[in-house]
Design a protein around this ligand. Sequence first.
Ligand code: SF4
Length: 259
Amino acid sequence: MNAAAKGTVIEDYKLEELLRCPYRYAKRQEAAPSAKAEVNWMQLAQLAVSYVVNAFYTTPAEERSRFSIPEMLERWWTNKVSKFESPEHYWSVKQQLIDGLSSLFVTEMSAVPIILFEQHQTVVPELQAELVQIFQLVLNDNDGEPADYIVRKYIVDEDEDMILLFQHLTAVFCSSAFGRLPSRIEVFPVLGGKSRIVHPTAETLRQSMDYMNLAAGFMPEADSGRGPLRKAAGSAECRRCPFIEECAKPPEAAEALLM
Ligand code: SF4
């Protein structure tokens, strides 16, 4: 019986962690609290970005022209230089975030959020699961009909698999919870990549449901019976993982690999 059939609660951040690397997900479940709290530079940068986005959109529109991104980022910027690839990398990421947020916010001076950093939940009968999702930002779509809305996320880590997960999860969640698909699902990479914008439809919703069904079935312990799946050695995920030394010396038994 898969996770969905058991009426599982699927939380977005846990599913993301699981899909990033099932082996690491399983290791973290059994790890001490200090190891569970282990974070990499992208997570630290994402946290700072989230605080700045929240501060920007809670600032009244008439005061946003005076909003200082460097000042606000400074408030939330980490001092854990050792988490970055080098001190130069630490400073360069900080400057890139300031530049990226500045250009992304320039068109947002009067945008009023409908939802800002809120957790929502909904039961999806087709998945026999309850989904829990944290929304960074939901906005009215001023180019569409009055009920049209946009779901947006500002990201640091441009992992394509995680972007796909967000797009599918958001479509399924919104259809179930709000009874209407968003007119756009937008992902804005703050470190300078290209924006990903999709326009969900009834047809793409079916694909999203299939995707979520597969993901939900993957949820329980992510155990293939031969041990949890690992990422292929040398992947970007591995390079910033606290378990990399352990994974560099795998047990003798062959283990499944996740590309
Ligand atoms: S080093 Fe790679 S395979 Fe090992 S736990 Fe980390 S991400 Fe997974």
